[in-house]
Design a protein around this ligand. Structure first.
Ligand SMILES: [Zn+2]
Length: 189
C-alpha cells in the first residue's frame, strides 16, 4: 500500500469515526459509550459533545442492572429493540456499532409513529447489547405470540408468556394493553 493510500484511508476512517460519534451523541450517547466504542480522543469527543449539545457531557454512573430489562414495559421495549438490532446485524453487512445506532434510531421512530414513550435510552440499549455479548441474557419465545423476549440467561424457556400477552394487573388500561399487543406482534419472527 502506498503512503498516499495509507494517508487517505486513515483520514476517511477518522471522518467515519467523527460521523459515528455525531450520530451517537445526537441519539443521547454518554461519554462512557463513546470512549468504549470509538477510537477518537476523549478531548475531541468532549468538544464534539459540547458543540452538538451546547453543554458539557453529564458525569455519573451508568445504569447497571439486568433486572431493569425484566420489568414489564422495559421488557417489551428492550425486546423490540433487540429484535431490530439482531436483524440489522445478521441481515445487513453493517458493523455491530452501526447496527446499534441504526436499530436505536428505528426503535425511536417506531415509538414516535405509535405515540409511545421512548422507554429505552441509548445507554440502556447499548448496555443490553453488552449483556447479551457477555452471555448474561437470552431471547425466550412467548408461547402465545411467538415473539422473542429478553430474559435472564438461565430462565426456563418452556411455557413462557410475555408481558404483552399477559400484562400485569396494575397495567390493565385497555389502550396501553392494546398498544403493547400491537408491538408484540411486530416481534414475532
Ligand atoms: Zn406474547
Amino acid at each position: 500500500m502506498s503512503m498516499e493510500t495509507t494517508l487517505r484511508k486513515s483520514v476517511s476512517d477518522d471522518a467515519q469515526e467523527v460521523y459515528r460519534a455525531i450520530a451517537l451523541i445526537e441519539l443521547g450517547a454518554r461519554m462512557q459509550l463513546l470512549e468504549t466504542e470509538l477510537t477518537l480522543s476523549r478531548d475531541r469527543m468532549i468538544r464534539l459533545y459540547r458543540e452538538l449539545k451546547g453543554m458539557p457531557p453529564p458525569k455519573g454512573m451508568l445504569p447497571f442492572s439486568a433486572d431493569w430489562y425484566m420489568t414489564w414495559m422495559p421488557n417489551i421495549h428492550s425486546s423490540l429493540f433487540y429484535n431490530i438490532y439482531l436483524f440489522l446485524k445478521e441481515q445487513t453487512r453493517c458493523s455491530r456499532l452501526d447496527a446499534l445506532t441504526k436499530a436505536y434510531r428505528l426503535y425511536v421512530e417506531h415509538c414516535g409513529q405509535n405515540r409511545l414513550e421512548v422507554v429505552l435510552s441509548l445507554t440502556r440499549a447499548w448496555t443490553l447489547v453488552r449483556f447479551f455479548e457477555a452471555d448474561m441474557l437470552q431471547q425466550t419465545p412467548c408461547c402465545r405470540c411467538k415473539g422473542k423476549f429478553v430474559a435472564h440467561r438461565h430462565d426456563l424457556q418452556a411455557h413462557f408468556v410475555c408481558g404483552a400477552c399477559q400484562p400485569p394487573s396494575r397495567a390493565g388500561r385497555t389502550k396501553k394493553a392494546a398498544s403493547s399487543k400491537a408491538e408484540c406482534g411486530s416481534l414475532a419472527a
